[in-house]
Design a protein around this ligand. Sequence first.
Ligand code: GCW
Length: 682
Amino acid sequence: MNMKSSIGSFILILTALHLHAEDGHNLWLRGKSTGSVNIVCARSSSTLSIAKQELEQGWQGKDEATVVLAIKKDKAIKGDGFKLTTNGIQANTEPGILYGVYELLRRQQTGQSIQEVISNPSYERRILNHWDNPDGSIERGYAGLSIFWRKGENGYAVTENDKILWRKYARANASIGINGAVLNNVNASPLMLTAECLEKVKAIADVLRPYGIKTYLSVKFSSPSLIGGLKTSDPLDPDVINWWKTRVKEIYRLIPDFGGFLIKANSEGQPGPQDFGRTHADGANMMADAFKPYGGIVMWRAFVYSPNSTDRACQAYNEFMPLDGQFRDNVIIQVKNGPVDFQPREPFSPLFGAMKKTSVMAELQITQEYLGHSIHLVYLAPMWEEFLKSETWQEGTGSIVARTTDGSLFPQKHTAIAGVANIGLDANWCGHHFAQANWYAFGRLAWNNQLTSEKIADEWIRLTFSKAPASNDWNEYFLAPVKQVMLESREAAVNYMMPLGFHHIFAPQDHYGPGPWWGPQGVRKDWTPPYYHQADTAGVGFDRTTKGSDAVSQYHEPLNSLFNDPETCPEIHLLWFHHLSWDYKMKSGQTLWDEICYHYDKGVQQVRQFQKVWDKAEPYVDAERFSAVQSKLRNQSRNAQIWKDGCLLYFQQFSKMPIPYDIERPMNDLDYIIKNFTKDRP
Ligand code: GCW
């Protein structure tokens, strides 16, 4: 072989290797057609072309079958819902057809039967919130830089590669029913409303539109004074009102189907209407009026808390309940699932169901800020399922959180759900291969808030790992055990991080490792873990009973009384609501201290078990994803140990009780952990 041809074959081999490399970039969209399909569709449009192309590329039904795509009104089909029949898809809208196609293909690829069924979305708007900054960094992002923004001279330029990536992103979202994206961080840069930024937003919107996805922006409340040259940003000032109207008009000139704004106001230092003596309603309504002529909405966040509040968990409710009924019908109050902040476990926020005259939407966090970043394998659907199915009692039995937000209990003009995205430029999009499952699960639950986390995990594994058709062997040795790991993973994280109602005992700033000891002078108390765990020699836990901060009273009876009494409070929330002595007798008969120890130890053991399952699954998965996940699991195991050792050794200083002798001893000294795993910054 001469030099030239050997270089040639080397390149060929490299190309072949590259083609077979499995970096996870294809997500759950791997199904290839196994035959041909005849598509009958009377109309044409860019969305319908995508629908047809998807069918052709992914068809695994009968060879030469005919599929009819029909846009035909049917009262039983709502919004962008669809009717699946054995020979076609009917919908009221073009996105409805596209969603029907993805459902049909999903059923084929996961071996489910195709029967006549109507599928309507639980929420009108199913939205990803990207906390991406104009310089390309991502707040709480663990999968590389932003897919939308970048820094540098040509930061706003749009390249062919950008568009290719955005198209893949749009396709992945459409395949699970997501129909909106807020393109930038809620800690918003005022730059977002500048002409060059809006040009880029238009370019992104043009790519997302055929996939049925609307774009939204986060804006800074003080933009009128920051970039508009106005003296004030007071929402009742006529010049300010006009300024926003002009901005909104300008946006719709560029993006006729623009979705609206997401606003973080008077929260964690962000400006807001209260800076001018106005209320959240004054601020939100002023913007909502600007959107009214165009059908846009304002999503106004309820994530507010100030350093002087006696209990941070009470604050959103205290600020927003008095405003119930004062918001325009195109305002939706966006409420985090829990009253504090995306902790591994929180009770649901009492605002759900309580605000009866205002549209309310849930905000979930897909990115794992408090759940091990993109290092820990934590499948979040069980947490969201627990939340969505929580009984609020606000309208009697069956007033579960899901129903307080989807329009089935209250006449909301608009319904929506948001998830803080975990997407970045990493080849596999999410940093951890299994974190893709959380993006997937968010979309599936946003479409159907009744789905179980088990069903979603099952689908996702089959689509993401299976070489169709899945063999019995694969089902038994890969699907079943890996699904079990996923389903257990969130409880495991709760066990090794903060069991029994513990919350916010993280190391400061990065919220990754343990930091229950961290409470330097001069830092606002509600940013330090001792504020949340309240450990002393008498006991541990935050007293939120009627004798304490009285957060319990924000819940509807019988929850109020149930939570108020340690005997009836669910043990998963015990230390959230109660300060109890270390020797408090638990339902098991053990002391609180012992039970805390057993939970931490169990969490560590669970991760060790996940490692075993994964190692055994090696023959059933490609080498690249196998070793990436294996290595992350090792890291997770080490970190779970740090959590257990750090928390037990720290709390033992107060409990002064022995760690039960039948569990493994700590492997790290407390000093070592404090020194190496606490960043001394707020
Ligand atoms: O959980 C906190 C995060 C902040 C975030 C804030 C919020 C975008 O630590 O990074 O800011 O919540 O949701 O506004």
